[in-house]
Every structure is written in structure tokens, then in C-alpha cells.
Design a protein around this ligand. Structure first.
Ligand SMILES: Cc1cc2nc3c(=O)[nH]c(=O)nc-3n(C[C@H](O)[C@H](O)[C@H](O)COP(=O)(O)OP(=O)(O)OC[C@H]3O[C@@H](n4cnc5c(N)ncnc54)[C@H](O)[C@@H]3O)c2cc1C
Length: 504
């Protein structure tokens, strides 16, 4: 008997039907089988966690509802992608598998290489659509921003009015315990549905984003004043292009009427570009998940750390109130604002001199919005291992005073300190009596910072003009032109590094 001819839509991290090019291409003139492959081996990787698993399950249920509304049906299939495609290929005549290009962790990178070979050997076409302006096989960064803006301004893809869907039943997703995911991890309060994603973005555009630019840095205000769309971009309930175009629309609506809000939206819009700028780095160099971007920094820190030090950092027991409050908040909620993420990594990498690969794993598990391209690029930047970014070491005491002057955030998340007079909240060790259940500082802030600074600066000096440094800048740095700095006595021509500097 002749096999039924179908197109497969392989949903990956694009869990929506709006602005989903693979779906709309697959739905043209053919029966469609929409699938999501739940890969247990991927979920056993150390960068995965229970809260991400719960969020994914809700997103899949919601995606199925969205598909049902247009005549479709999502089949969630459990197993390895190759086994599943092999089985489907024996049952159906597969015309084309449509999916987005995925730039994710090393496991998915190798899986996609294996699927590519399988498709070639089995003469099955696999059409991968570029995602979020990230370019595969990019030679260098010249013109990248221009191309990104053009991709983001292209018309959004509408939902196909109807899909002729093949209906096969879904498999049961394995229990968390079968995947070694600890159900003790608190789940996020953010809902994973598409409508929650849109509501979150709209509320940011309508009111919450008003003070974004000057409230994003403090953990006390960032929770409401930041957009909070990161998990939706990571799992794909919204495309970056849709978020970008919604932002542009709101910005146009504001005109010149509210300069403060316009500034916030401009700043937010740049961050959408950063999102893709960082993912492009991983696309261009997948090894940054496991190796330092600049090879000279590979052995800078010991690969085996003092386990107790790592555990104190992971559990929020370092004796530095702001570090501990931020870590406990993150461990409980699954989210933390940018500056405090950077501070946690800076403290681990400089003051505690821990290898970034160890700390990256813990943070990946905590972040609901874990996005490898942003994650590893940022962690390496904040750990000083890229060889091309300026070194930034956050002083946790200063950050505490600046971002939580009254200590309210600290008191909420480190209840051992809740009765402390505000003057001691940032440095409780200045009190004569020790505090019950709260540790003394794990390291001396100034001594450890100075030692780290010396080591990192001396290595940076050695590699400043090396061939590797120059080629990394060519490959990864964004081309952002700055106006030449004006000096009343001299004429200044923009330097090469001005032209090739990173966005921030
Ligand atoms: C060590 C470290 C690790 C990080 N890991 C991740 C991660 O795994 N996933 C992730 O989405 N973000 C990561 N970030 C970037 C940033 O902290 C989060 O994107 C942001 O806090 C998410 O909250 P939001 O959506 O409210 O952000 P908003 O400030 O509202 O920004 C809107 C969107 O822009 C993007 N964005 C914002 N800041 C950055 C940035 N600095 N770099 C790249 N994109 C940015 C995100 O997609 C974000 O959702 C990391 C930052 C650091 C310092």
C-alpha cells in the first residue's frame, strides 16, 4: 500500500504557531505532522532542571491547544531524534522536515549533525529556517547588525488558517525522577502559555517599562521594571522579531510625548539585538560552552575547585549579604536581573577564583530562561576569559549599598539578618557579636579582588596584540561606530578598537 505523503514540522525552541515560518511552509499543499521530540538524554544533561521541565510541559500543552484551533495536533514523541525519524520514515512518505535552525548546547549541536547525516542517507529533505537573525556559516561580523535589523523588520508570518494534520498519539513524557531532575527545586511563577507571554510583553509596553532604564539594576525594582520576557524568548512562545516589532509600534505611538518611556523602549530594543548578538557567538564557535574563548585563559583557574567554596556560593552562604540574597532569590524564583547575575559570576570567578565551567552549570539549572548562547558568552565575559572585553570586577559591598541601600532585599532573602540595624546590613562582620546561623565572609573582599585583578591583567597584557586576540575581535566583536571623542586641543580620529568595540 502506498504510504501517505506528509511534511513534518519539528518544533524545537519555537513553541508557538504565530510567526512560525517552518509551520506555514509545511502547511502549504500537504498533510502535516507537527511533532515535538522529547529527548530524555538531553534532559539528563547537567544544564537542565526541574523548573525548566515543568515550564516546557505547560508550553507543549498550550502549543497543542493552539494547533487544535487550526485543525492540527501536536504529537510529543519520546526518544532519540534519529529513532523517531526512522520510525516515521517507515510509516509515511516524508516530503520535507521543516524546523528552525537551532543554536543551543553542544548536545543539540551534535544531535543536529547526526540528523543531517540521517536525512542525507535516507534521502529526506530537511529545511532549516534561520532563527532570530542568527546567521549560519557567517564569515565575519561586518554588516551583521544591518542584516539583523532587516530580518527583524520583515513581515511577521501569520498563523496558517487551517492545517491538514495527521493525528498520531503522543507518548508519555518521562517523570522528572527518571530524568534525575530534582522535584525539590521550586518552580517559576511565570506561566508558559503564549497568552502569558504576550500579556507580559504588553504590560511592559503599557506601564511596567516606564522606569526600565534606571530601575533595571536593583533587584528590588528590576523584578517589575524589567520586561521578564526572557523565558518566552528562550522557549519560543514569542519570536524576537515579534517582540522587536511590538516595541517599534509602541515607540512610534509614544512619539515625542514621553521621552523617558521612549528611552526605555530604545534600551529594551537594543537588548533584543544583544540577545541574538550573543547567540551568534555560540553559532560561530560552539566550543565556548566548554573552552575559554581565548585559549590563553584555559588553565587560568584550577579546574577542580574547593567543593566547600563552590557549595557556599551555590547555596547563598558566602557571608556577603548581597551575594547570598541574590543567589537565594535566584534559586527560589528562577530569575535575576542582569547586573546581579554579572555580580554573582564576578564574585565566583574573581573573589573565589572558581572555574567558570563549574559555576555556569549551577546557574544554567537555576535560570528558567537558560539560553546557552547568551549564558556562556556572558559567563566568559564576566570571568575575563574572552581576551577581548574589558575586565569588570564587581565589589559586592558597593553593589549592596548602591542597589539595596536600606537592605530590604537582603532582609527578605537572608532572614538571618532581618533584625540587623541597616548600618550593618551590608557588612555584618563589622558587628562585634557574631550572627547566629550566618557565616563570616568566605574571603577577604579587597585582598581577593586585588589578587585576581593582578593575575588577569598581567595575562591580558601578554595577549593584547596577539594574532589570536585580533582574530577573535574580527570574528566576534560587534561593529558599533562611536562618534569620535572631541578634545579641544587635538583632532581625534576614531580608532580601530572604537569601531570594533562590543556593544557594552
Ligand atoms: C552571567 C549571565 C548569564 C546570563 N544568562 C542568560 C541566559 O541564560 N538567558 C538569557 O535570556 N539571558 C541571560 N543573561 C542576560 C540577562 O541577564 C537576561 O536576559 C535578563 O536578565 C532577562 O530578564 P528580562 O527578560 O526581564 O530582561 P530585559 O532587560 O527586559 O531584556 C529583554 C531581553 O533582552 C535580552 N537581553 C537583556 N539583557 C541581555 C544581555 N545582557 N545579553 C543578552 N541578551 C540580553 C534578553 O532576551 C531579555 O529577555 C545572562 C546574563 C549574565 C550576566
Amino acid at each position: 500500500m502506498a504510504k501517505i505523503s506528509i511534511n513534518i514540522v519539528w518544533f524545537k525552541r519555537d513553541l508557538r504557531i504565530f510567526d512560525n515560518v517552518p509551520l506555514s511552509l509545511a502547511a502549504q499543499n500537504c498533510s502535516v505532522l507537527p511533532i515535538f521530540i522529547f529527548e530524555p538524554e538531553l534532559w539528563k544533561e547537567p544544564d537542565h532542571s526541574y523548573r525548566q521541565y515543568i515550564f516546557l510541559k505547560e508550553a507543549l500543552t498550550d502549543l497543542d491547544k493552539q494547533l487544535k484551533a487550526i485543525g492540527g495536533n501536536l504529537a510529543v514523541l519520546v526518544g532519540s531524534a534519529i529513532d523517531i525519524f526512522d520510525h516515521l520514515n517507515s510509516q509515511y512518505q516524508i516530503n520535507t522536515i521543516f524546523s528552525h535552525q537551532e543554536t543551543w548546547n553542544l548536545w543539540t549541536y551534535n544531535r543536529d549533525k547526526a540528523v543531517k547525516s540521517w536525512a542525507r542517507d535516507n534521502k529526506v529533505a530537511w529545511t532549516e529556517i534561520p532563527k532570530n537573525g542568527v546567521i549560519r556559516n557567517l564569515g565575519n561580523r561586518n554588516g551583521w547588525s544591518r542584516k539583523w535589523y532587516s530580518a527583524m523588520s520583515a513581515p511577521l508570518t501569520s498563523v496558517p488558517p487551517k492545517v491538514e494534520s495527521i493525528k498520531i498519539s503522543s507518548d508519555n513524557i518521562p517523570e522528572a525522577s527518571q530524568l534525575n531532575l530534582s522535584a525539590e527545586q521550586p518552580i517559576s511563577s511565570q506561566s508558559a502559555t503564549r497568552s502569558a507571554a504576550i500579556d507580559t510583553l504588553n504590560s511592559f509596553m503599557n506601564s511596567r517599562g516606564q522606569n526600565y532604564t534606571f530601575e533595571m539594576s536593583s533587584p528590588t525594582t528590576a523584578e517589575t521594571s524589567c520586561s521578564r520576557i526572557s523565558p518566552y524568548l528562550a522557549f519560543g512562545q514569542i519570536s524576537v522579531r515579534e517582540a522587536y516589532q511590538i516595541t517599534e509600534k509602541y515607540a512610534r505611538g509614544l512619539g515625542n510625548n514621553n521621552k523617558k518611556y521612549s528611552k526605555s523602549l530604545k534600551s529594551f530594543s537594543s537588548r533584543l539585538r544583544w540577545h541574538c548578538h550573543f547567540i551568534q557567538k555560540l553559532e560561530d564557535q560552539p566550543s565556548i560552552e566548554t573552552h575559554t574563548l581565548h585559549s590563553s585563559f584555559e588553565k587560568l583557574r584550577p579546574s577542580l575547585s574547593d567543593h566547600k567554596v563552590l557549595e557556599a556560593w551555590e547555596t547563598g552562604m558566602t557571608g556577603y549579604p548581597m551575594i547570598d540574597a541574590c543567589m537565594r532569590y535566584l534559586n527560589t524564583t528562577g530569575w535575576l536581573n542582569f547586573r546581579m547575575r554579572a555580580m554573582l559570576v564576578s564574585f565566583a570567578s574573581y573573589h573565589l577564583w572558581l572555574d567558570w565551567r563549574l559555576t555556569a552549570k549551577h546557574l544554567a539549572q537555576q535560570f528558567l530562561d537558560y539560553e546557552p548562547g547568551i549564558h556562556y558568552s556572558q559567563i566568559q565575559m564576566q570571568s575575563g576569559t574572552t581576551g577581548m572585553n574589558s575586565i569588570r570586577i564587581y565589589n559586592p559591598i558597593k553593589q549592596s549599598m548602591d542597589q539595596d541601600p536600606d537592605g530590604n532585599f537582603i532582609k527578605q532573602w537572608v532572614p538571618e539578618l532581618s533584625n540587623l540595624p541597616t548600618q550593618f546590613i551590608h557588612q555584618p562582620w563589622l558587628l562585634e557579636d557574631s550572627i547566629l546561623n550566618y557565616p563570616k565572609p568566605i574571603v577577604d573582599e579587597k585582598l581577593s579582588r586585588t589578587a585576581a585583578k593582578e593575575k588577569i591583567h598581567s595575562l591580558k597584557k601578554q595577549i593584547k596584540n596577539s594574532d589570536e586576540t585580533i582574530s577573535l575581535v574580527q570574528k566576534h566583536a560587534s561593529r558599533l561606530r562611536r562618534k569620535p571623542r572631541k578634545n579641544k586641543n587635538t583632532k581625534v580620529v576614531p580608532s580601530e578598537s572604537d569601531q570594533l568595540r562590543l556593544d557594552f
